[in-house]
Design a protein around this ligand. Structure first.
Ligand SMILES: NC(=O)c1ccc[n+]([C@@H]2O[C@H](COP(=O)([O-])OP(=O)(O)OC[C@H]3O[C@@H](n4cnc5c(N)ncnc54)[C@H](O)[C@@H]3O)[C@@H](O)[C@H]2O)c1
Ligand SMILES: [Fe+2]
Length: 382
């Protein structure tokens, strides 16, 4: 059995890390930067923390900000055109998963123009060339898109999100600075943090998990359990812990995959435009319950990492329940809702079919029938 690990070439971590961007651009010899970000990040002066550095150091750049949460094929195609016109030779992606994922798709299409329709990138597309070099600067603490080989694009016409997995898209450099995340409001901090927890838990119980990814995922769960509440209260220690935790989870799940929570979350977001982290978090206790008998002793280690005392004295059923309870409690403590009234009875069949066709489903430790998936969607309704 051979396992593969793909990570950034360089990553910087900690308060003030964005200052390293200037030196990296100069060292790599880039002449013009394509800054990809979203309109709110410009409005709230988050992206400007980085563009101010570019200004102060006379680095030429152009800003592209036609990027919406759950980014669309159109956002990517407009970005490809803008990149071509800009004459840039690298991308600085500033934002959450939406800005970084859009940048990955743009970078891949510029280097592999035969995929310009975007849809053909779904799954494991056989691109030949590495993306335009990307320096990724996350402003949320959740997706870890700065260190993953994945990106997720929404096909609004077909009301579906599709996952692309391609080692050629990994950002060359990640700059993970908790100060870029400090402006996140409570709800966004909670949702993106619970996305990271979902990555760590699904990555830990996914079929392809192995020793090295177990190490990443358990440490990520431990850090999230310790720091998410503090981050939601905008405490510095919480922000720093979550910046690191979500990245460590990304080092793991990017290399082994996820599971049915993400399949259903992608479907929910595509149909009702629900924020990704909220969708993941609402499903997490439901999916943990669904998978509980297919996880061996893994929930014991999840419970331990979640800070549950006395797990070694517990019987299997008890530690499995303790793990689910601890996750549910964290989700409620940070204000994640448990119900979604947007879901319509007549959509359930399509929702379940789409979830079972999502690329993440294959990694789930338990197979699901359409009826079982419908039952899980229904748990958010009643
Ligand atoms: N590439 C991956 O491996 C991966 C993994 C999980 C999810 N995703 C995808 O990432 C997307 C979700 O990304 P996300 O959850 O990071 O959110 P996002 O990028 O969609 O951003 C959500 C909103 O938060 C705002 N925001 C971001 N940072 C902020 C800050 N510091 N202060 C104030 N406002 C801020 C943005 O302006 C935006 O309006 C989804 O499309 C999801 O499918 C990708
Ligand atoms: Fe996610």
């Amino acid at each position: 059995m051979v396992n593969r690990i793909v990570l950034n070439k360089i990553s910087y971590h900690g308060k003030g890390a964005i200052k390293e961007i200037v030196g990296e651009i100069n060292n790599q010899g880039y002449k013009k930067v394509f800054v990809a970000t979203d309109p709110d990040l410009i409005k709230f002066n988050v992206s400007t923390k980085v563009t101010d550095l570019l200004d102060q150091n006379s680095i030429a750049y152009e800003v592209y900000s036609d990027i919406k949460p759950n980014p669309t094929i159109e956002n990517v195609q407009n970005g490809v055109e803008a990149f071509k016109k800009s004459g840039a030779d690298c991308i600085v992606a500033i934002g959450g998963g939406s800005s970084i994922d859009t940048s990955k798709a743009i970078g891949i299409i510029i280097a592999n123009p035969e995929f310009e329709d975007v849809r053909s990138l779904e799954g494991e597309a056989e691109t030949k060339n590495a993306s335009v070099p990307i320096i990724a600067v996350p402003t949320t603490a959740g997706t870890a898109a700065e260190v993953t080989i994945n990106y997720v694009i929404t096909d609004t016409e077909k009301e579906r999100k599709f996952v692309c997995a391609d080692p050629n898209d990994i950002p060359l450099i990640a700059v993970v600075d908790p100060d870029m995340m400090s402006s996140m409001p409570k709800g966004l901090t909670a949702a993106t943090g619970m996305d990271a927890l979902t990555h760590a838990i699904e990555g830990y119980i996914t079929k392809g998990a192995w020793e090295m990814t177990d190490m990443f995922h358990l440490e990520a769960i431990r850090l999230i359990s310790e720091n998410l509440r503090g981050a939601v209260n905008n405490e510095q220690k919480g922000r720093e812990g979550m910046a690191l935790a979500q990245y460590i989870a990304g080092m793991g799940f990017s290399n082994v995959g996820l599971g049915i929570d993400h399949s259903m979350a992608h479907t929910l977001s595509a149909h009702y435009d629900v924020a990704h982290g909220v969708a993941c978090a609402m499903f997490l206790p439901i999916v943990m319950e669904f998978n509980r008998d297919y996880t061996g002793e893994r929930y014991k280690e999840i419970a331990r990492a979640m800070g549950v005392d006395g797990v070694d004295q517990m019987k299997q059923d008890q530690y499995r329940q303790a793990a689910i309870d601890a996750v549910e409690k964290l989700s409620i403590d940070v204000g994640i809702p448990t119900k979604l009234d947007k879901i319509k009875e007549e959509d359930l069949d399509t929702l379940a079919t789409d979830a079972l066709n999502d690329a993440c489903y294959g990694g789930n430790p338990r197979e699901a029938t359409k009826e079982e998936v419908i039952a899980m969607f229904r748990k958010l309704m009643d």
